[in-house]
Design a binder for this molecule. Structure first.
Ligand SMILES: Nc1ncnc2c1ncn2[C@@H]1O[C@H](COP(=O)(O)OP(=O)(O)OP(=O)(O)O)[C@@H](O)[C@H]1O
Ligand SMILES: [Mg+2]
Length: 320
């Protein structure tokens, strides 16, 4: 049995209904392993199959094909779900309950002992930024406040694994940063593994160490973020490089930039950068810096989805 917090093998889902002959393949064949202690960003355009996957992971939906495991157990196994905090895509908070009442109900369902539950409710309400709003019926909450309350219930029982479906939707930039920081803190300090779906690539890039990109139900990219966003070029810069050094060094790279007394050269990733760095020092440069420039996650995501669509078009053209 796998001890990965989340693992899937050839997981697939085709929706079909008794009143229509139309079947939708929402997830084709997903095989992933989410390492313990990681933050895994599950990305994909609208309709890619993210929520379908998450619903199968938490046992809300039965797979058509393949299998999923949570902590090495079936998602249908109550013991596996005990350790999982789940935040749905659409908040399920009861409109006439206050935040405290909702969390109290969720805590009792998770069998949290009464004294601990009271302290924990206070704690999570502060952590998600709902202090002062905890006794208002949630019908009066904004979308972002409901989202915060939904996250509060997910972390309430101090799970080992957090599964979050679009945790940033409905949040303003300050809210997004608060929630991002909270998720990262739970990951780093409490060693909680996080698996989340999102469209917000900037937040994902800051938080994640693993990324999977889904498109039309197919996994198009999977890996550690730093490996996927491979180094595009390396910049070496220094102040007050002597002119003869500039003339010599500029032949060694793609292009150079001079900005005041700072001279920079951009090199291909496989260039012997140590040699160029030595030359900066040899020709009198001070404050010599080496910086790796990588693709942004947005660039990588857009390229991956575009490539996937092109190959789908090619396949379609070949079969007609
Ligand atoms: N209950 C359902 N019955 C039939 N088809 C469905 C059902 N739920 C989802 N689908 C279809 O499955 C595909 C994947 O949907 P899913 O909700 O998993 O995507 P998603 O990646 O979460 O999208 P979004 O980013 O918009 O939340 C879509 O084509 C969708 O129309
Ligand atoms: Mg979704």
């Amino acid at each position: 049995m796998s001890e990965y917090p989340v693992r899937t093998e050839h997981l697939g889902k085709t929706y079909s209904s008794w009143f229509s002959s139309r079947a939708t393949e929402a997830l084709a064949d997903l095989t992933i392993e989410v390492p313990e202690g990681s933050v895994f960003g599950f990305l994909g355009p609208n309709g890619a199959g993210k929520t379908t996957t998450i619903n199968m992971l938490i046992g809300l939906l039965k797979p058509t094909r393949g299998q999923a495991w949570l902590m090495g157990r079936s998602p249908m196994d109550g013991q596996a779900r005990e350790h999982v905090g789940y935040m749905p895509e659409v908040p399920t908070v009861y409109p006439h309950m206050t935040a405290v009442e909702f969390l109290d109900m969720m805590g009792q369902l998770s069998h949290i002992e009464t004294t601990r539950l009271k302290a924990r409710i206070d704690e999570v309400i502060s952590e998600v930024g709902l202090k002062g709003k905890e006794n208002i019926p949630s019908i009066e909450f904004s979308k972002g406040m409901k989202q915060r309350l939904e996250l509060a219930q997910a972390i309430l029982a101090e799970p080992k694994l957090l599964i979050l479906d679009e945790p940033f939707s409905g949040l303003d930039p300050i809210g997004r940063k608060d929630i991002r920081d909270l998720i990262v803190r739970y990951n780093k300090e409490r060693k909680i593994t996080v698996f989340f779906s999102s469209h917000i690539l900037a937040d994902t890039e800051i938080m994640c160490d693993w990324v999977g990109i889904l498109n039309h139900g197919k996994l198009e990219a999977l890996g550690m973020l730093e490996e996927l966003l491979e180094v595009q070029n390396i910049e070496i810069s220094g102040k007050n490089l002597r002119p003869e050094g500039m003339m010599f060094i500029e032949k060694m790279g793609d292009h150079t930039v001079k900005n005041g007394d700072v001279f920079s050269i951009f090199l291909k990733p496989n260039t012997a950068t140590e040699r160029v760095e030595q030359l900066f020092h040899k020709y009198g440069a001070s404050d010599v810096k080496v910086k790796k420039h990588c693709k942004s996650l947005e660039e990588f995501f857009l390229q991956t989805v575009k490539d996937a669509s092109l190959s789908k078009d090619e396949e379609a053209a070949e079969t007609t």
